[in-house]
Design a protein around this ligand. Structure first.
Ligand SMILES: [Zn+2]
Length: 368
């Protein structure tokens, strides 16, 4: 699409024309929606998380091995039982291999003992010894087998499609609701919704849909900024199709990092990709029924003013990342019951609420 050229007069005319077009199409829709729409208000970021009990795993342990979750699980009976369950349920391991693996894991938990330190509502899981973690090649190979058993368990029990994101419908739903809340013409909201899932069909690296605030790895902030900035220019030039398409794409990358599992360690995610998928299916399955997570987005009336979509994406990632270890460990430690966990539900609701405020801000950034 060629950029409009010409003098200030021509630009002013273009803007005026857009304004006339907008007022003729937007007004009736706004009027129709007034009754159901409550005002949206700006609010300051507080970075206050929900007052729930959180688990943090010491970065020394997390950085030492992508299999840290198996070692951390050794701290409680539930985690140990879950690990044995994954091994026992595997159809790829022989009886002898299972016995050998369980013996290995038991020894591993003894060798690399972890302890917990409680500070307020945060429990830190850390290695008992200051010596750190130096896994032998053999230990790594054995841990890989355990990880495969975990993946096998979740893929068999929860199935679903392996994605690298929130599920497609979640992305679309969040941006559509946010767009409608600002009273934007429904046809434009439909354009942005239709394109909100596109990036998941692009030949992207998984890390393009991630951002890990601890390591700075992941390109989601860049992509959100790139498409939002472009969308805003299109909007100002009156190119509504490209503006709302771009808003849909930008919102995708912002929404992705609202999912705590999109802010974690990429290696672990590949390793336990089925845990990740099972969680996203859980959100999807409870979107309009069950826990009705969609209502968190619908009921929210606040937005964060966004000046820089890049920073905004990083800030949202930091917020949801706070929950990463807790979410991951809770799912791991409760192979059959995590879906009814109040902790998992609270984390999901709080992350979605924060996401809703940012996405509203993004819509305003582009169209404001
Ligand atoms: Zn994505």
């Amino acid at each position: 699409m060629a950029k409009p050229r010409g003098g200030a007069m021509r630009r002013a005319l273009a803007v005026l024309l857009v304004f006339v077009m907008l007022s003729s199409v937007v007004s009736p829709t706004m009027a129709a929606n007034t009754a159901e729409m409550k005002p949206i208000m700006a609010t300051e970021r507080t970075e206050l998380h929900k007052n729930i009990n959180i688990i943090k795993v010491d970065p020394v342990l997390e950085n030492a091995t992508p299999y840290w979750i198996i070692i951390a699980a050794g701290i409680i009976e539930k985690g140990r039982a879950a690990t044995f369950k994954y091994i026992d349920s595997s159809t790829n391991l022989t009886k002898e291999e299972k016995i050998e693996l369980k013996k290995f894991v038991k020894e591993l938990w003894r060798k690399y003992r972890v302890r917990s330190i409680k500070d307020g509502n945060v429990t830190l899981i850390t290695l008992n010894s200051k010596a750190g973690l130096n896994l032998t090649q053999e230990e790594k190979a054995m841990l890989e087998k355990v990880a495969q058993a975990v993946n096998e368990y979740f893929s068999t029990k929860y199935g679903g499609d392996v994605g690298i994101l929130w599920n497609v419908d979640t992305h679309q739903s969040i941006i559509y609701i946010s767009c409608i809340k600002w009273g934007i013409y429904r046809d434009y909201c439909n354009i942005t919704m239709d394109h909100a899932d596109d990036p998941d069909y692009w030949p992207h690296l998984p890390s393009d849909h991630y951002y890990n605030p601890d390591t700075g790895v992941g390109s989601a902030p860049y992509y959100c900024w790139y498409y939002a900035y472009g969308a805003r220019s299109y909007y100002r030039n009156g190119d509504m199709y490209n503006a709302f398409q771009g808003l849909g794409w930008a919102s995708h990358f912002l929404t992705d990092v609202g999912n705590p599992l999109h802010t974690g360690r990429e290696a672990d995610q590949a390793l336990h990709k089925w845990v990740h998928t099972a969680y996203e299916d859980y959100v999807s399955n409870n979107w309009e029924s069950g826990y009705n997570f969609k209502s968190v987005i619908e009921d929210n009336r606040y937005y964060y003013a966004i000046n820089d979509p890049w920073d905004a994406t990083e800030n949202l990632a930091s917020y949801s990342h706070y929950y990463f270890d807790t979410l991951y460990l809770t799912i791991y430690n409760n192979p059959d019951t995590w879906q009814s966990s109040t902790l998992v539900r609270s984390i999901t609701e709080d992350s979605l609420l924060e996401t809703a405020k940012y996405v509203l801000g993004l819509v305003k950034y582009v169209t404001g």
